[in-house]
Design a protein around this ligand. Structure first.
Ligand code: GLP
Length: 246
């Protein structure tokens, strides 16, 4: 895993946008794996700017989102469908038929996981955020490294962390659909974005800890093409000056 040290959130977003724009400009029909959460919002803003400036086009791009809550309608601002429309898709020239997000309202959720998994084409670049407990997508600690798209019960830690977007903790869904860890690892390249001091313990554990299902993100160290773009605050417990390979 290559670590890129950046000063702040803006620089993290800029570096990630540059990688993605380059990928699309080299292969206009690229497939992207996308994440939600506060971390990639800046990246999406930068991609919108590049699109508006005519520097990148999403016309032939296909996207697959990592995850979705169970039970929230698309009109609910906390659904990941709404988030993606609001933060990216409504503002770029993407063909909506090429946008894929798990359906957390499906009657048969197990069937929906299978359907989603079968649809996923090889992802050229997968964007990931990092949960405080090391989760990636909604793969909580203890999830098998050989998991495919599946239904999860969210941990208290994740529900609490995400409750900042909801009126109260009780409103945070208890279940979600997420791409599995093996699904994520099949991506050709992965960009893990981390910003802020709050994540510094998780980053330290990721870099210095063992690869273990207790800390899902640790498996990323076994992938040949992973770049962690992290800011100064997130890297404060580690001695990274510019770039490091671990
Ligand atoms: C959520 C999402 C993850 C995301 C994580 C971190 O649980 N399912 O995909 O990476 O939270 O979110 P944030 O970027 O807001 O810290």
């Amino acid at each position: 895993m290559k670590i890129i040290y950046v000063n702040d959130y803006d620089e993290m977003s800029e570096r990630a946008a540059t990688i993605i724009a380059k990928q699309i400009n080299q292969a206009p029909n690229s497939t992207l794996g996308l994440a939600t959460g506060a971390t990639p919002e800046g990246l999406y803003q930068k991609l919108i700017q590049l699109n508006k400036q005519g520097k990148v086009s999403f016309k032939d791009v296909t996207t697959f989102n990592l995850d979705e809550y169970v039970g929230l309608p698309h009109t609910d601002k906390n659904s990941y469908r709404y988030f993606m429309n609001n933060h990216l898709f409504d503002h770029i020239d993407i063909n909506r038929n090429n946008v894929h997000i798990p359906n957390g309202l499906a009657d048969d959720l197990e069937e929906e996981c299978k359907r989603y998994e079968a649809k996923i084409k090889e992802i050229d670049v997968q964007v990931l955020g990092l949960g405080l407990n090391g989760h990636i997508g909604f793969n909580e600690p203890g999830t098998s490294f050989s998991s495919r798209t599946h239904l999860v019960s969210l941990t208290d830690s994740t529900r609490k962390a995400n409750s900042r977007y909801f009126q109260k903790l009780d409103d945070v869904p208890r279940m979600a659909i997420t791409m599995g860890i093996e699904t994520i690892l099949e991506s050709k390249r992965l960009i893990l974005l981390v910003s802020g001091e709050e994540k510094s313990e998780a980053v330290e554990r990721l870099v210095n800890g063992n690869i273990s299902e207790d800390f899902p993100a640790s498996i990323l160290k076994s992938h040949p093409e992973v770049v962690l773009i992290a800011d100064k605050a997130a890297l404060k417990r580690l001695n990274v000056q510019n770039e490091l390979v671990c």
